[in-house]
Design a protein around this ligand. Structure first.
Ligand SMILES: [Zn+2]
Length: 173
């Protein structure tokens, strides 16, 4: 963890191959009704892990992984926990990012994005509001949690093109 454009960020202490686990998220499991109101973006250390459940701040580096609209990592939610894994090869010293929208469903906090990637969407918002090609990319990577995936599949049930997209899992969980 070190200072960066966003204040703090998480940087690779070694190289990672695609599919490698980078870290485990920790922190208390919090129900939506227990979230602080409002959540200021600079204090938003809440990772959504279920329709109404979040992992709260842990004080560990997992609190400080920044967002990018062109991320090199993704979140896999498993029951009441979550891990971060590489979706591209990551070199030593690279900053690690995931796309916050991949876990966001009816999220309590949406913010403008200034990630500076060429594909920046300008807004970090709920997964179901993302452009369809972006949604498909993340679904194919297997980094969309089940509580969002089931809504995504329902929303696009009429489109066989999307339904027939194979969903690969980078890891078995
Ligand atoms: Zn962006």
């Amino acid at each position: 963890m070190k200072q960066c454009f966003y204040g703090k960020g998480v940087f690779a202490g070694r190289g990672f191959r695609k599919g490698d686990k980078i870290l485990a998220f920790s922190g208390p499991v919090i129900h939506r009704s227990q979230l602080p109101i409002p959540i200021l973006p600079e204090n938003d250390y809440y990772l959504q892990i279920g329709e109404d459940f979040f992992l709260g701040p842990s004080g560990e580096p997992d609190d400080f992984v920044n967002h990018s609209c062109d991320p090199n990592a993704g979140v896999i939610v498993q029951f009441n926990s979550a891990i971060l894994l590489a979706i591209h090869p990551i070199k030593w010293g690279d900053e690690i990012f995931f796309d916050y929208s991949t876990t966001m469903d009816n999220a309590p906090c949406e913010i403008d994005c200034h990630c500076k990637s060429p594909s920046c969407r300008g807004r970090i918002e709920n997964f179901l509001l993302l452009p369809v090609p972006v949604q498909q990319k993340y679904v194919q990577l297997g980094i969309v949690p089940d509580y969002i995936l089931k809504k995504f599949l329902k929303k696009y049930a009429a489109s066989r093109r999307i339904i027939n997209t194979p969903i690969r899992r980078l890891i078995s969980c």
